[in-house]
Design a protein around this ligand. Structure first.
Ligand SMILES: [Zn+2]
Length: 332
């Protein structure tokens, strides 16, 4: 079992790390310190805040760093447990997956306490953090390969957790919230939260393996608002968000795909509403400049919620996803 340098039962602000021991040509006898911070001030809600589950997604990492630098312990009621760079080896490598075992942390919960480095991090969260928390906020962005409309993200499951998840994303402050019917990826952190009966939300706020000001401020404002909603903070330096959110669902779970290898010339804009049959873009073959481009057309109407940031495509690579507004009361 991964050892933690701080005592999560203790009060006060503690900054420490998980002692990830890994032996290869680079690390041999080293400890890889995966950051963890606890702010505990008396009894109250216990909330886990995670970012950097994928190492090249920065908005949540920046929001947590800002919060930790500015927020005083005395203003908090209960406990906040932060892992701002949850898959720290992936963060250091600017990578979605860990360079140590090539695993995606968001696909391997509940992990394995004696498994590979990424499996050990998942196991620590599953056994040492989730059993003690009341709520989880897991920050994501589109990473290097995708750009998302700024949105929150919940699993659409008709159970006792759904109302709390809907309340949280309604106050977060994004215009849209994506609902994944019946739960998303097996092995994700949100799936693990469902198994532990803990309400959880995540985000997808822009992407492109960079940090833009818009994404940082959306993540930071949402962090404050959710902590106020959950009773950890009384006062926040951000206006409340009273206009709610529109709930979206992907029209088709599979994305629009590239029909051939080549260079994508897109005809869409993130957040744009499109119609069935409309031109999404063209792929120009790059092996023979005399060959005609191949048109890609939408097979349904809706809103462009996520699009690929890469231009050179292999057949089957995704282009974009189309989502439609839904009535969230179907899930309540
Ligand atoms: Zn992610």
């Amino acid at each position: 079992m991964l050892q933690c340098s701080i005592d999560l039962d203790k009060g006060g602000t503690q900054t420490g790390y998980l002692k990830l021991i890994h032996s290869d040509d680079r690390y041999s006898c080293s400890t890889i310190p995966v950051p963890i911070i606890s702010m505990k001030n008396g009894d109250g809600p216990v909330i886990f805040l995670s970012a950097g589950v994928h190492g090249d997604e920065y908005a949540g990492i920046a929001a947590i760093r800002h919060f930790l630098f500015h927020q005083k312990l005395e203003t908090i009621k209960g406990q906040l447990i932060f892992m701002p760079m949850t898959n720290y080896p992936a963060f250091c490598a600017v990578s979605r997956v860990s360079p140590l075992d090539n695993l995606n942390l968001n696909r391997i919960f509940p992990g394995n306490p004696v498994g590979s480095p990424t499996e050990q991090i998942a196991s620590f969260i599953d056994t040492q953090i989730l059993p003690r928390v009341d709520f989880v906020l897991d920050f994501h962005t589109g990473a290097s390969k995708s750009d998302w409309i700024p949105c929150t993200f919940i699993y659409g499951i008709k159970n006792n957790l759904m109302q709390e998840k809907v309340d949280a994303v309604s106050c977060f402050g994004t215009d849209y919230s994506m609902v994944i019917p019946g739960g998303g990826s097996a092995g994700s952190l949100l799936s693990a939260c469902e198994k532990h009966n803990v309400p959880s939300i995540s985000t997808e706020i822009r992407g492109g393996a960079t940090l833009v000001s818009e994404a940082f401020h959306i993540a930071l404002a949402g962090l404050y608002r959710v902590l106020k909603l959950r009773g950890v903070l009384e006062e926040i330096p951000i206006r409340s968000h009273d206009s709610g959110t529109s709930f979206l669902q992907f029209q088709k779970i599979e994305s629009l795909m590239a029909p051939i290898d080549g260079m994508l010339v897109p005809e869409y804009t993130l957040g744009e509403k499109v119609n069935e049959g409309q031109l999404a873009g063209r792929i120009y073959p790059i092996d023979d400049l005399t060959r005609s481009p191949v048109d890609i057309r939408y097979d349904c109407e809706g809103l462009i919620s996520m699009c690929s940031t890469s231009t050179l495509k292999k057949r089957g690579d995704y282009i974009c996803n189309v989502a439609n507004e839904i009535d969230i009361s179907e899930y309540l």
